[in-house]
Design a protein around this ligand. Sequence first.
Ligand code: DOR
Length: 437
Amino acid sequence: MKKLFKNATVVLPTGSVETSVLIDGAKIVDIDASITSVVDEIVDCTGLHLLPGVIDDQVHFREPGLTHKEDLDHASRACAKGGVTSFLEMPNTIPNTITQSILEEKLATASRSSLVNYGFYIGATEDNVDVLKHATRTPGIKIFIGSSTGNLLVDEQAALEKIFAESTLTICAHCEDESTVRANAAKYADSTDVASHSLVRNHEAALIATKRAIDLADRHNHRFHVLHVSTAQEAELLASASDLITSEVCPHHLFFNVGDYERLGSLVKMNPSIKDQADNVALWDALVAGAIDIVATDHAPHTLDEKQQPYPNCPSGLPAVENSLALMLNQIASGKCTIEEVVKWMCSGPARIWDIKNKGQIKVGFDADLTLVDLKLEQTVLNENQETKCGWTPWHGQSLTGWPVATWVMGHEAFRLVDGVAWFNQSTLGREIEYSH
Ligand code: DOR
């Protein structure tokens, strides 16, 4: 099936150009303004921008084991609506993804239910280094150097040394220092104010753990990716980090700060915690300067009932995949970045970091994972319109300018906005992501 995307402003690796893109089946086969081939479908993209599909390298889709919060069906629809055509999912599901066979069961489930392309990390424990050494069909290894939702934690120095010394896949980590967090938690043990969360999981906790992980990576000459950077101090450290190190920032750390607890309460309780306005500014500047490489969501849904439990029992995490691209496009509208930067942070950057084959760029021979966006479209984020199973968003009521209006996954149209309403093609499925390692 051949489709021609005509008259789009196409964001190519070399910059944006008005041209046409021809796809045949799941591949991009030609990029040229004067294509005249006979095709099955012409997609008129006048006035719109055609981007490579977004790759979100940090999501928690809760399947198996926690499907009352989220599942692959809802989450992958949320992805398609948000312009995300591929995701990499974290191992803190139940059971934890800590063996090759559990990883392959997740891949099998996704092959039956995910509307978009999928990949799953292998989780590290104190004693599964043999699994990590031989893991296949995965982007890399996830370590919780600080504990978060679930029971995965590797805090013992000897275990960390062994993982960095003996495994070869790229490692990523949740960096919050466990001892610092525990000591702070004891200090604020009597607090029922959710704002205490940012005092417990403070700047120091994040910085100590990120320094510790970078030190491990450098000494063992191991590729390492810092997940969800949340402080100005980490951003400063990353500016002079070695080539082994890459990092990411999440929309909630860019756009929320401790001032938002009053309005949003536990809805913005996350690990790492949200920090100060000065951190928002420093993180944005580090992203623009290239000290931080990419943007990912850490989409971590919990039900509203769970979130409404009093602090400290309310769980940490918020959903974001269906609004992350719009949140970034909205920054273009206010002159803070360009569309080419957004594509670098959300499409080509993640593909490079995780050795993802044939994705992240609009290029002949690459997969036809495409997101069509309208940079002028203004819409308000509403709880009632969310596809995520948890049914809420911390951005409820916020108006954003710049939205995905259609998404193609391996050449199949997966989502289209029709008269402001999301339409999904439930008869297509995404594919397993392939890696060059
Ligand atoms: O706030 C968080 N929630 N941070 C994480 O790292 C994990 C996530 C979850 O799985 O709920």
